[in-house]
Structures are given as structure tokens and as C-alpha cells.
Write a protein that binds this ligand. Structure first.
Ligand SMILES: *Cc1c(COP(=O)(O)O)cnc(C)c1O
Length: 366
């Protein structure tokens, strides 16, 4: 069975095999870049300049094998910059080291235990305070923001309760209040989800999990688009010494060769284990941010999707359950979640981009 879920980029498998594979030292025309285990690099002193301009001087600062991996991770994430750490927790520690003492952090209340340990037992020693809120309700997030709030931390899908975070709206709040948003995307990986594209400032991974996939490397990474963040984090990566070894980086590069294959099969297997179905049909229901008038207007705005009753046709069809399919149900008996802003969509067989574009234009012209 094919997975219901597709990789985020059509090129994912190709990139995970080829990206970052350009060996710095091409003397031997290696297909697989050599592992550069050297800690230090011979320096060539310029007689006219005092500063050292060589890219590699000491491996804690920069190492060719680590750089290959960082480049590959950035490419897979669609990010400008990637940084690797000696564990996923090391990535978060480096992020905390970037904040001013006394900063306030807002963390989703359903979160990986190791993150809570770090925030409750280490971050407080740096006089950071943390508020745990259920970000499922954006109001909780807005209400928790304080003048010294510096970081919002959430998992895209929470460990272990699988709560989904609305990254786009959380990032809107973060931007309005000038707070950094970091998303731990360890459960989904860039194969399925790229938080930077939805407005996050920083993506965190425990590479120990799916990226590695073979239970033999502990490693973490942070991905960012802003040069300013990259510069600060790479300074901290070296200054705090939270770097992985070149051997581990080479092993991680090898793990990535099968990343796409593995994620696809994980997804197929998980759906079989978790679901009483072997897939899903074309039915999707969603709420709009509006009232009944706007819901009707949305359906009138569609150019491709047909506003009508019934479903399961090759044409995409939308209806307002409250007015149509649920209208015979007495209001007392009706599930309160069937509200006047609920739309039921039967996704048809037109080109998927055409369907998405029609939804976009209809929603944008509300
Ligand atoms: C495992 C995990 C981490 C920590 O990763 P380590 O590599 O063990 O430090 C962070 N976030 C999530 C969601 C995890 O599952």
C-alpha cells in the first residue's frame, strides 16, 4: 500500500542521498566524503595579515565532516543554516544559552520529559522562568506572554500524546510580540513537516531518533534561516563545546541515505497499526474563522469546488452540515461541534494544486 502521506519535497530522497556529499578534499575523487578526524589543521601564516582566514583551524569551531552533515540537514529542511550538537538536548541547551538571564519562556504543556527536566532544573539556574500552557487554545499563549518573554517552545506533534500544534498561528502571535518561536519537529521530521515554512524561527531535532534510525548515534540539530541566529548559535556551539564527533557525523550522513525510504515505511506501518482502516477517503471537515454569513460566502466564492449536497464524486464538493446534512437532527441532539462555521469537503479527483488554489482564493476573498 502506498502511504497516504507524501514527502514534503518531491526531491527529498535525492537530496538525502546526495546533499552535503561534496568532500572538501576532492584529491581522491571520493564518492563518499572522507571522515576528517583531525582535531587541528596546519596553519599558514600570512606575513601581511595577523588574522587567520582559514576555514578550518580547530574541529570544535568547524569540521569538514560535520559541515557536510549540517549542509545536508539544512537542505532537507529547506533552511539556510544547519548546526549539529552532541544530542537533541544539546540543541535546546544552546538555544537557552542565547537568551538573556531573567528571560521568560513559554512551553507547550504537553512536551517531551527531557525538555521539562532541562527547563525546570537547569534553565531556572540561569534565572529563566517557564510557563507551561496549552497552546491548543491560542488565547492561553497570548495571555502567558510577559514583557520579558524571549522564547516560545513547542513540539509540532507532542511526545507522547500526539497533540498537534498550530504552528502558523503560534508563529503569528510570536511575531506580533517579537518573541522567538522554536519548534521541536523530532516526531515528524522534514519528510512530513517543515515548521520554518510556517513561520517558526528555529527547528530543533533529536537526530538520535528518525534521522539516525539505527539506535547507534546520539545527536541533535538546530535549523534556522536568519544569519544573526546562526552566528549566535554557532558561537555557542563552539564556546559551550556541545559538538558531535566527526565519526558520528559520518555515520549520521550514512543514515540519511535511507531516510526517505524509512520514513515512508514507518508511515505505512503506523497507519496499519493505529487505524481500523487501511487508508482514508476524500472526506475532510474544517472550521472557518467566521460566522454563518462568512461560511455561506466561502461556499459562494468557490470557482472549482461545487457547493452542493452529497459527497464521494469525482468533482470536489463542499457543504455546510448545519444547514444541510445535519439540519434534520434536533438541535438538542446535535453534537455541539457541528457549528455554523463548519464546512464539509469531499475532495475530488481534480489536480490537487487546483483544489488547494480554489480553497486559497475562496478563503482569501472572505
Ligand atoms: C528524544 C527527544 C529529545 C532529546 O533528544 P536527545 O538526542 O536524547 O538529547 C528532544 N525532543 C524530543 C521530542 C525527543 O523525543
Amino acid at each position: 500500500m502506498e502511504s497516504d502521506y507524501l514527502p514534503i519535497s518531491k526531491n527529498f530522497a535525492t537530496l538525502s542521498i546526495h546533499s552535503g556529499n561534496t568532500g572538501e578534499d576532492s584529491e581522491y575523487a571520493c564518492v563518499v566524503p572522507p571522515i576528517v578526524s583531525s582535531v587541528n589543521f596546519r596553519l599558514n601564516f600570512s606575513l601581511t595579515e595577523d588574522s587567520i582566514s582559514q576555514k578550518y583551524t580547530y574541529s570544535k569551531i568547524a569540521n569538514p565532516t560535520r559541515n557536510n552533515l549540517e549542509q545536508c540537514l539544512a537542505t532537507l529542511e529547506g533552511a539556510k543554516y544547519g548546526l549539529c550538537f552532541s544530542s537533541g538536548g544539546g540543541g535546546l541547551s544552546s538555544l537557552l544559552a542565547m537568551l538573556k538571564p531573567g528571560s521568560h519562556i513559554i512551553c507547550n504543556n504537553s512536551i517531551f520529559g527531557g525538555t521539562v527536566v532541562l527547563l525546570n532544573n537547569i534553565a531556572n539556574s540561569f534565572s529563566f522562568t517557564t510557563s507551561y500552557v496549552d497552546m491548543h487554545n491560542l488565547e492561553n499563549l497570548v495571555n502567558a506572554i510577559q514583557p520579558n518573554t524571549a522564547l516560545i517552545w513547542t513540539e509540532s506533534i507532542s511526545n507522547p500524546l500526539m497533540k498537534v500544534a498550530d504552528i502558523k498561528n503560534i508563529s503569528r502571535v510570536a511575531k506580533e510580540r517579537n518573541v522567538l518561536l522554536a519548534v521541536d519537529n523530532t516526531f515528524l521530521t522534514p519528510y512530513f513537516h517543515r515548521p520554518l515554512e510556517l513561520g517558526a524561527d528555529i527547528v530543533n531535532y533529536s537526530l538520535t531518533k528518525y534521522f539516525n534510525g539505527h539506535c547507534d548515534i546520539i545527536m541533535g540539530s538546530l535549523l534556522v534561516n536568519k544569519k544573526e541566529l546562526y552566528d549566535k548559535l554557532s558561537f555557542i556551539q563552539c564556546a559551550m563545546g556541545i559538538v558531535p564527533s566527526s565519526f558520528d557525523c559520518a555515520e549520521m550522513i550514512k543514515s540519511l541515505k535511507t531516510f526517505a525510504l524509512r520514513m515512508k515505511q514507518h508511515s505505512i506501518n503506523a497507519i496499519k497499526v493505529a487505524s481500523q482502516t487501511s487508508g482514508h477517503s476524500g472526506m475532510v471537515s474544517f472550521y472557518i474563522n467566521g460566522d454563518l454569513k462568512q461560511t455561506k460566502q466561502l461556499l459562494n466564492n468557490f470557482k472549482l469546488i461545487i457547493p452542493t449536497t452529497s459527497f464521494g464524486a469525482i468533482e470536489s464538493i463542499a457543504e455546510i452540515p448545519l444547514l444541510i446534512s445535519q439540519s434534520p437532527v434536533p438541535s438538542k441532539q446535535r453534537d455541539p461541534k457541528v457549528t455554523n462555521n463548519l464546512v464539509r469537503l469531499s475532495v475530488g479527483l481534480e489536480n490537487d494544486e487546483d483544489i488547494i488554489n480554489d480553497l486559497d482564493q475562496a478563503l482569501n476573498s472572505l
